[in-house]
Design a protein around this ligand. Structure first.
Ligand SMILES: NC(=O)c1ccc[n+]([C@@H]2O[C@H](COP(=O)([O-])OP(=O)(O)OC[C@H]3O[C@@H](n4cnc5c(N)ncnc54)[C@H](O)[C@@H]3O)[C@@H](O)[C@H]2O)c1
Length: 344
């Protein structure tokens, strides 16, 4: 049975990925490795750690930038494969300060690659983002990001992720490390940290607060339900061709204004009383859209969930898990929120 190191397993997508594999009883041992930064939350894995058994899932607290700690976890658990989620992931925070993004997303990825090379892993999947491609024109809806689109990152976050992708690619060409790279659009679903648009808006409304909408609200993102992303990652890990890049997307372009309308309607809130337009994010990319034809053609993956239904499931999850997000929306989070939206 392979042993899969899951970096960033206590975050949003990493924990959903672990949950999916445990739920399906996939024949793999999972080693969840996470530094537990502000975004990492052991509560996301607690029930799984209690129920799965140590032969199926273990948690190790550690930093991917710490080569000794990473090397130890490979040896102790006889790691054979890696799926690399761990990252600083929030664009707004990268604008407030890019240092931690370079450290974790670039240096951390390099450390992980070196250890994976030294130990001779069978697969190394770099979980990437469509934001590395930059922005698309609004008036050319036929234009989408393909795997051939040149990298043109516009935020410190996307620049650090692009640098990581380039490093991963170089370890394939130079050292023949069997790497795979995915680039996915915006995810939504359970366990999403409530600084990101959908969980922020839903939980603000539940708290009786306004929702901060950037600029004119017409930035376009392609939204994909997190479990669809996790299924795509599992397909790439098992069936992808080493050295290849796979775009992952929902074929579901929506403006931030439309997302806001959907959330307000679902939660019975009024636009004028609930929406506060705030000064736009500096360098805000206007439009992302993914051409996911390659992964469909080569690996048979396509999204299964329709946005209209999955957004309702997501909102209901936040209604049912108030204790989860209220515990996060205190302390450090409040300081960040005040810094981020002060004077906007
Ligand atoms: N959320 C999205 O919509 C989206 C879309 C495409 C790609 N991605 C990528 O997917 C990955 C996961 O995203 P997410 O939204 O789950 O992020 P997240 O911020 O929710 O989780 C990141 C996790 O990484 C951990 N981590 C951070 N620094 C670490 C370090 N130095 N060592 C070990 N662990 C560390 C954190 O504690 C946290 O648990 C990221 O690489 C991100 O770039 C995210």
């Amino acid at each position: 049975m392979p042993t899969l190191l899951v970096t960033g397993a206590a975050g949003f997508i990493g924990s959903n990925f672990v949950r999916m594999l445990i739920g399906r009883c996939e024949p793999v041992k999972l080693v969840a490795f996470d530094k537990l930064t502000y975004a990492g939350n052991l509560a996301n894995l607690k029930d799984l750690l209690e129920s799965a058994g140590k032969d199926r899932l273990v948690f190790v607290k550690g930093d991917i930038c710490d080569a000794d700690a990473v090397s130890r976890v490979f040896d102790e658990h006889k790691v054979t494969q890696v799926i690399h989620f761990a990252a600083e992931s929030h664009v707004d925070r990268s604008i407030l300060g890019s240092g931690p993004f370079i450290q974790t997303n670039v240096v951390g990825t390099q450390v992980l690659l070196d250890v994976a090379k030294a130990k001779g892993v069978e697969r190394f999947l770099q979980v990437g983002t469509d934001e590395v491609y930059g922005t698309l024109p609004e008036d050319k809806p036929e234009e989408k990001f393909t795997e051939q689109t040149p990298l043109a990152p516009n935020s410190p976050y996307s620049a650090s992720k692009a640098a990581a992708d380039c490093l991963v690619r170089s370890y394939f060409h130079t050292f023949h490390l069997p790497v795979l790279i995915t680039r996915c659009s915006n995810n939504y679903g359970p366990y999403h940290f409530p600084e990101k648009l959908i969980p922020l808006f839903v939980t603000n409304l539940m708290e009786g607060k306004k929702v901060p909408l950037y600029g004119d609200g017409l930035n376009v993102r392609d939204w994909l339900y997190v479990e669809d992303h996790c299924e795509a990652l599992w397909a790439v890990l098992n069936k992808g061709t080493p050295g290849e890049v796979y775009n992952i997307g929902g074929n579901n372009e929506i403006t931030n204004r439309k997302i806001t309308e959907v959330i307000l309607t679902e939660m019975g809130a009024d636009w004028d009383k609930s929406v506060q337009y705030v000064k736009d994010r500096p360098g805000h990319d206007r439009r992302y859209a993914i051409d996911a034809a390659k992964i469909k053609r080569e690996l048979g993956w396509e999204p299964k969930r329709r946005f209209e239904e999955a957004i309702k499931t997501t909102i209901q999850w936040y209604r049912d898990h108030e204790h989860w997000w209220r515990a996060i929306k205190s302390g450090e989070y409040l300081k960040y929120y005040e810094t981020q939206y002060a004077g906007r």
